[in-house]
Design a protein around this ligand. Sequence first.
Ligand code: HEM
Length: 295
Amino acid sequence: MHPQPGILAGPVKQARYLTFSCNADADAPAALRALASHIDVNNTVVGLGSTFIKSLGAQIPGMKSMHAETQRGIEIPATPSDVWCWLRGSDRGELFHRSREIVNALAPYFDLTSTVDSFQYDENRDLTGYIDGTENPPDDEAEGVATQQGMGDGMDGSSFVAVQQWVHDFDVIGSMPRNKLDDSIGRRMSDNVEFPESPPSAHVRRSGAKSVDPHAFMLRRSMPWTQEMSGGLMFVAFVNALESFEAILKRMTGEGDAVQDALFEYTQPVTGAYYWCPPVSDGRLNLTALESRAR
Ligand code: HEM
C-alpha cells in the first residue's frame, strides 16, 4: 500500500480544490464507491471528513474534527466537509474540465460546497513574496512524516491532512517596510536566509518543529490562491498525527507564552478542516480500513 501519489510528489503549476457534502438521503457506502471509481489518484488527492467516515459506520484511529476557537483575539474557524479533492495539474483548462467531470459523476451523492483555484507563484513563493516549503522534511523522511506506518492493512500509507484557506491583507503587507516583513517570517525575502536575530514572533520561530515537545513534523504542500482582487495561501499540511499540526497552530496563536505569530498582522484563516486520505493499492484508493473497521 502506498500514499496517494500527489502527497509526496513535487509542486505542480496549477491546482483546484473542491469540497463536497454528502446528500442527506444518499447511501454513504454507495457514495464512497462512486467517489473511488471516479477519482484518478495519479492526478487528484482525496480526503474524507470525520462526519462522512462516521456515516459509513467506520472509525479511523487518530481522525478527529477541527474545532473552531478564538485565542487572544485570533479566530481559528472550523469549516468541515465530507470530501476534499486536490486536483493537480499544469493546465487550468484541463483542471476545469476534470473538476466538472468529478462534480457531475458525484452529483447523485454529493453537493459541491467550494471551489478554489491555486497556482505556483515563481519558485514556490507565497503571495507575500517569501519562498514557502524550504524547511519541509527531505524526500527520504517525507513519507514517514506524512503517512501512517505499522498500523496494518488499509491504514499504512494513509495520511491526515490539515487544510486552511488564509486570506492576506495586501494593503497591510504593501505598507510594511521590507525589514519588518522579513521579521514577521524570520527569513529574508531577498535570499531566503533565516536570520538568528529575528524577533520571537517570527513565523519560523513559532512554527519550527523543535519549538514544541514532542517535536511536531509536517509535510507542507500549500499553494497560493486568488479570486478577483483577493488572495492568500491554501495551507495544506500532511501529517502522520493531527496533533503535530495542532501543536504548531497553538504556538502560533500564542498559547503557553502569549507570543503570537507575526503572520496574524496581515493574514488570517477563513476555513479549516481535517481529512483522512486513504492509501492506494494497484492504482486505486484502498478503502479496506473503512470496511474492516466498520462497527
Ligand atoms: C498564510 C499562512 C502562512 C504563510 C504565508 C506561511 C509561510 C511560511 C514561510 C514563508 C515559511 C519559511 C520557509 C519554509 O520553511 O517553508 C514557513 C515555514 C513554516 N511554516 Fe508556515 N506559513 C503559513 C501558515 C502556517 C501554518 C498554519 C502552519 C502550521 C500550523 C505553518 C507551519 C510552518 C512550518 C512547520 C514551517 C517550517 C519552520 C522551520 O522549521 O523553520 N505555517 N511558513
